[in-house]
Design a protein. Sequence first.
Length: 256
Amino acid sequence: MEVLSVSSGDEQEHTEPFYKRAWESDERLRANQGSTRGLSEAEHHFAKRVTAMHSNWGALKKIRGPRYEACRFANYEIGSEDQKKVVDRLRDFAASKDALNRNVVLVGPTGTGKDHLLMALAHEVANQHGAVPLWVNGCEFYSYLQRESFEPGTRIHDEERVLTSVSASYFNERTTSILWISDPLPPSGVLSEFKQQGLFSVVDFRYSRLLPVWTTMNVANASEAETRIGTQTVDRLQDGALVLVCDWDSYRKPKD
């Protein structure tokens, strides 16, 4: 599957949201009976981006499953002013160019809807900019690192291979990609040295290339996150990031 990049020049030329341009592109293709013949080079390139976005969004919905596939800002239950402020900040972020180059970190207790909010953000970013994040949960991420046979106590030197392999099902090297890691923290205690090194290597790789990371963490504050996953990793994740605290009661309740 070929996925094309969102270049800065392309975004500067267009002020309309991606979904409006995608609809116009689909209309042109329908009028042309599905053929790209006769389209300009720019139209042909954009049509391929639209196809890639739809494919990637379908893949994200499938991997996130029925619990999260329909999560939107509109169906997030807001019961406090703090919740409204977080949703408003995320809505504004999704509509801005920052959505393609800034990290997003949501912290707070379990069950506060952090993954719902990031799935809603993913939907908005896909609509506004045509970019779909690659999602992986922390456990799967570390299992991947272990399968790659990186030895404890050593630094991962081939970060390019790490990123390419992790992202293979969605992206190629030309894509403006967003890596979304749900809760890279262990259920309790701190990460092992090996896992801390693995996480830092991927975060540092993306930090140096201005590639964003979205993440959720079941912690109270940055200090707790530093203790559990490492100061260097948290330092890079929060640098210039949109950091929001989701500190309210859990939505998860037993059924009556």
